[in-house]
Write a protein that binds this ligand. Structure first.
Ligand SMILES: CC(C)(COP(=O)(O)OP(=O)(O)OC[C@H]1O[C@@H](n2cnc3c(N)ncnc32)[C@H](O)[C@@H]1OP(=O)(O)O)[C@@H](O)C(=O)NCCC(=O)NCCS
Length: 160
């Protein structure tokens, strides 16, 4: 098996089509391309992309995965995390989440919160491995299909 090398960069215009396609293929209520593009201009947003490296020219680098966040003062919310099916279980999501923490902490972020479907075992395991703890439950939060959301939170180490 060939394991792609990756680098993590801030989301850019050239990632839009692939991210929108991954959203549509993965989530029952996906972000559309216009909404994702608007995040490029949103000063509260930070989205990171894991790109496959070792290809000719960064312009056509494949998107392996991405994480989206928005920050309000010391609180950041993770909006979505997704890794392309062929690139899963190779540490891509973990690398994206850790890089996001590393970039948010110097901006004064003290805690990161996210919601996850209560049946989404891979994602829950990922978040728990990274130190997120359950702080709440939103009953019937998700639609298509209706399902509870677990609310998970992580306090960043640099925070007092
Ligand atoms: C959840 C998701 C982002 C994980 O991405 P990934 O790149 O495969 O995850 P990683 O390889 O970084 O895994 C890190 C850790 O997460 C956990 N994990 C990830 N996938 C798992 C799975 N299928 N089963 C069990 N644990 C899993 C493991 O603890 C893993 O560590 P390990 O490999 O040392 O055991 C990916 O499965 C995905 O995109 N799913 C669809 C979208 C989604 O559900 N997003 C979350 C919405 S809240």
């Amino acid at each position: 098996m060939i394991v792609p090398m990756q680098k993590i960069v801030a989301m850019q215009q050239r990632h839009m089509t692939e991210i929108a396609a991954l959203e549509a293929a993965t989530f029952s209520a996906p972000w559309d391309e216009a909404s994702i593009r608007a995040e490029l201009e949103n000063p509260l947003a930070l989205w990171l992309v894991a790109e496959e490296t070792g290809k000719d020219g960064a312009e056509d680098a494949d998107v392996l995965g991405y994480v989206g966040s928005q920050t309000c003062f010391e609180d950041a919310d993770i909006l979505n995390v997704c890794v392309a099916p062929a690139a899963r279980r190779r540490g891509v999501a973990q690398a994206l989440m850790l890089e996001l923490e590393a970039r948010l902490a110097p901006r004064g972020v003290e805690k990161i919160t996210l919601e996850v479907r209560s049946s989404n075992e891979p994602a829950i395991r990922l978040y728990e491995k990274l130190g997120y703890a359950r702080v709440g439950l939103r009953r019937g939060y998700y639609e298509k299909p209706r399902e509870d959301a677990l609310i998970l939170q992580k306090r960043l180490k640099s925070a007092p």
